[in-house]
Design a binder for this molecule. Structure first.
Ligand SMILES: C[S@@+](CC[C@H](N)C(=O)[O-])C[C@H]1O[C@@H](n2cnc3c(N)ncnc32)[C@H](O)[C@@H]1O
Length: 300
C-alpha cells in the first residue's frame, strides 16, 4: 500500500486494477521499479478529479464519461523525452545506407513515393530530423545521378516526381500539438548545427526557431495508439524509438508483428538505442554498421 501525508492510500488491489487498465489501453507496463512514478501521477489525477478513492477513480476511467480523463491520465504517464538528431550513428545508417538503397530501388521501379512513419514522435524533433535528412539525401542522390524529369524553378525541397510523406504519430495530444506548431527553443536546438538552422528554420524571436513551411509540409501529425490493431499501412521505413522500452515482452512482440504488417516489402524498422528485436522476432534481419542498427523486413 502507498501513502504519504497528503496522499490518498492506494491499495494493492486498486493498484492492480489500474495497472491492468493502463496496460490494456496503451501497452505501458508499470513494474515494481516504476510503481512510485505511477502512484505519483495517479495522485495528481485523483486530486484534479476531486475524488477521494482510487476505486472511484477506476470506476470513472472505465465509464463512458471517463474517456477524457483516461486520455489525460495516459498523457501524464508518457515519457516524452526527445531531441533533434538523436542517435547520430543510427541516423547516418538511415541516410547513407538505407535511404540510398530505397531511392535506388524505387527509381528503378519508377515508384516515386517514399513513406516514413515516426511512431511515438513526441514533440516532433524526430520526424522533422527525418524530413531534413530525406531532403538532403534526395539532393545528394541527384547530384550523382541524372534527374529523370526537369527541375522546376524555384527548386523545390523535394525534387519531382518524388512524393515524400512523413507520418508522425503519438498517443499524447499535447505533444502532437507542439509538433504541429513546430517552434523550438534554444535548448531544443543544441544538436542542430549551423547549416541545418540556416536551411531549415526561421528565427521567430529571441531563442525561438520555427521549422520552415517546406519541411513542415512533409510531416503530418496524427493520433495513433500503438496498442490498437489498426495502424498506418504501406510504410517504407518505420522509426519507433524509445517507445517499446515501456512495454512488456508480450506487448513488444505483438507490436513488432504489427510493424511487420505495416511495412512495404523490403522495408526497414529502426528502434531505440536501448531497444533490440533480439529474441522477439524472426521476421526481421539486423543490420549493424558503424554503431548504428536497423532491421530489414524478411518476407514471409
Ligand atoms: C520517449 S518518447 C520518444 C520520442 C522519439 N521517438 C525519440 O526517440 O526521441 C516516447 C513517446 O512514445 C509515446 N507513446 C507511449 N505509448 C504509446 C502508445 N501506446 N501509442 C503511441 N505512442 C505512445 C509517448 O507519448 C512519447 O511521446
Amino acid at each position: 500500500m502507498f501513502s504519504t501525508s497528503s496522499a490518498v492510500a492506494l491499495s494493492e488491489p486498486e493498484l492492480k486494477l489500474l495497472q491492468t487498465l493502463i496496460y490494456q489501453e496503451c501497452g505501458m507496463y508499470f513494474d515494481e521499479r516504476r510503481t512510485h512514478f505511477l502512484n505519483d501521477r495517479l495522485q495528481r489525477r485523483l486530486r484534479a478529479c476531486n475524488l477521494s478513492s482510487f476505486y472511484e477513480y477506476y470506476r470513472l476511467l472505465t465509464s463512458r464519461e471517463g474517456k477524457h480523463e483516461l486520455s489525460a491520465l495516459l498523457e501524464n504517464l508518457t515519457v516524452n523525452e526527445t531531441s533533434f538528431f538523436r542517435n547520430r550513428s543510427q541516423l547516418e545508417l538511415f541516410q547513407k545506407t538505407v535511404l540510398e538503397e530505397i531511392l535506388r530501388r524505387k527509381q528503378e521501379r519508377r515508384d516515386w513515393s517514399l513513406r516514413i512513419w515516426s511512431a511515438g514522435c513526441s514533440t516532433g524533433q524526430e520526424p522533422f530530423t527525418l524530413a531534413m535528412m530525406v531532403a538532403d539525401a534526395l539532393a545528394y542522390y541527384y547530384l550523382r545521378n541524372p534527374l529523370p524529369f526537369d527541375m522546376p524553378s524555384p527548386k523545390p525541397l523535394i525534387p519531382p516526381p518524388w512524393k515524400v510523406e512523413i507520418l508522425a504519430s503519438d498517443i499524447n495530444y499535447s505533444v502532437l500539438r507542439a509538433g504541429q506548431e513546430g517552434i523550438y527553443l534554444e535548448h531544443h536546438m543544441e544538436a542542430v548545427d549551423y547549416a541545418y538552422r540556416l536551411r531549415y528554420f526561421d528565427k521567430v524571436g529571441p531563442g525561438r526557431y520555427a521549422v520552415k513551411r517546406t519541411v513542415k509540409d512533409l510531416v503530418h501529425f496524427d493520433f495513433h495508439n500503438l496498442k490498437t490493431e489498426f495502424l498506418p499501412q504501406r510504410n517504407d521505413i518505420i522509426f519507433c524509438r524509445n517507445v517499446m522500452i515501456y512495454f512488456d515482452e508480450a506487448e513488444q512482440k505483438r507490436l513488432i508483428k504489427k510493424f511487420w504488417r505495416c511495412l512495404n516489402s523490403e522495408g526497414f524498422l529502426f528502434v531505440g538505442h536501448a531497444e533490440s528485436l533480439f529474441g522477439l522476432t524472426d521476421q526481421f534481419r539486423m543490420i549493424h554498421q558503424d554503431n548504428g542498427t536497423a532491421y530489414s523486413k524478411i518476407e514471409a
